[in-house]
Design a binder for this molecule. Structure first.
Ligand SMILES: *Cc1c(COP(=O)(O)O)cnc(C)c1O
Length: 362
């Protein structure tokens, strides 16, 4: 937490405004919209809820085909199943791990999909010029899943602001947090208004409780929005801290044969939400699992990268499109490692992590 979260939270308490909706919700939405340089925002209960509403508002329904990168967190794809649409998974590119454009083009041509959920993986923006160009040509709706990428940019434009609708997450593990929460953002005000309506049980503007559509209880609470406002004030510091953590790992470990850090695409700036790399056992003699185990022995948690959706039992039977002979998503999962990257990680603790890894290599 930064300086002001507790103050704003106390303010919400003192005003006795303990409800979904309230002045902090409006304030958080306005401040986020202006942080993203325009558009509108709806504060919701999670990133997952935001994605679900994005699909609903954009008319995705039963049997529509929706493209999604395979290498992502399950929440990106689960929203497709909530609406009984058909997920089709697309491979990652080996340079920066985001959507592989040739695979995307191939998938669009084969499946004629209704929509694409583009994911800014581990804070790295997708190549939106290429994506939007392709999707416009083929009438494919673009939704940006920027849950991991608040504070990142693509060609000086902020992540979250691409596609018809973007979504953000403030879950506890994300770069800023309200403990749990999310946002739906768009330059289309009607979409955002619709999301607020659907998120409050689709209650019509009547004195009594009138319902014509199926709604949800997806709004963010005024208390959590108070925390979010404080967090948004420190987003630049958080990005700076995470980038420094990445740079320190890279400086101290990238000389090791077989260690390849996730490359930052030259079209943008990543918030470096998590420091990720691949560990090629054939070259360095140890596997990513050995590193995870060695850190675990010292009570330090690290993780493999996301397990691709086309390898998940839940999504067995779904199609997967890759452009080359190699399944890049699978290889990134097999060799990929996320190192401890919390913004509060101090240099001394990071040096411990680095030393443990160096001692394994030697
Ligand atoms: C965290 C995350 C989500 C879901 O956000 P929640 O707020 O946890 O529901 C969606 N997509 C990606 C890529 C994420 O990392």
């Amino acid at each position: 937490m930064g300086e002001n979260e507790k103050k704003y939270l106390t303010d919400a308490f003192n005003s006795n405004w303990i409800a979904p909706l309230g002045p902090h919700v409006n304030g958080f939405e306005n401040e986020m919209a202006s942080y993203l340089d325009g558009g509108y925002a709806a504060a919701l209960s999670s990133g997952t809820a935001s994605l679900h509403l994005a699909l609903k508002i954009l008319g995705i329904t039963e049997r529509h085909k929706v493209l999604c990168p395979s290498l992502t967190f399950a929440a990106s794809a689960n929203a497709i199943l909530y609406e009984k649409a058909i997920p089709i998974f697309v491979d990652a590119n080996k340079e920066n791990w985001t959507l592989d454009i040739p695979s995307l083009e191939k998938a669009i041509k084969i499946y004629n999909p209704k929509a694409l959920i583009a994911v800014d993986l581990y804070g790295q923006s997708c190549d939106y010029d290429a994506i939007i160009n392709l999707c416009n040509q083929h009438n494919v709706i673009v939704i940006e899943d920027a849950a991991e990428a608040l504070g990142s940019t693509y060609k000086d434009k902020k992540c979250g602001s691409f596609g018809q609708i973007g979504i953000l997450s403030f879950n506890g593990n994300k770069i800023i947090t309200t403990s749990g929460g999310g946002m739906l953002v768009s330059t289309n005000e009607d979409f955002v208004k619709k999301s607020r309506f659907l998120a409050t049980q689709a209650r019509e503007l009547e004195l009594h409780y009138e319902h014509k559509e199926l709604g949800y209880n997806y709004r963010m609470s005024n208390l959590l929005a108070a925390v979010g406002r404080g967090q948004l004030e420190v987003i630049d510091d958080r990005v700076k801290a995470r980038r420094e953590i990445f740079n320190r790992y890279e400086k101290n470990l990238s000389h090791i044969d077989g260690f390849t850090f996730m490359e930052e695409a030259d079209y943008g700036k990543s918030n470096r939400w998590l420091t990720t790399l691949t560990v090629d056992e054939k070259e360095c003699g140890i596997s990513k699992t050995q590193i995870i185990d060695a850190l675990e022995k010292e009570n330090i948690e690290s993780r493999p990268v996301w397990k691709p959706m086309h390898l998940q039992p839940l999504y067995k039977g779904c199609d997967f499109v890759m452009s080359e002979n190699e399944d890049v998503s699978k290889r990134l999962f097999d060799d990929g490692l996320c190192l401890p990257s919390g913004s509060s990680l101090v240099e001394q603790d990071q040096n411990r992590i680095i030393d443990i890894i160096l001692s394994l290599i030697n």
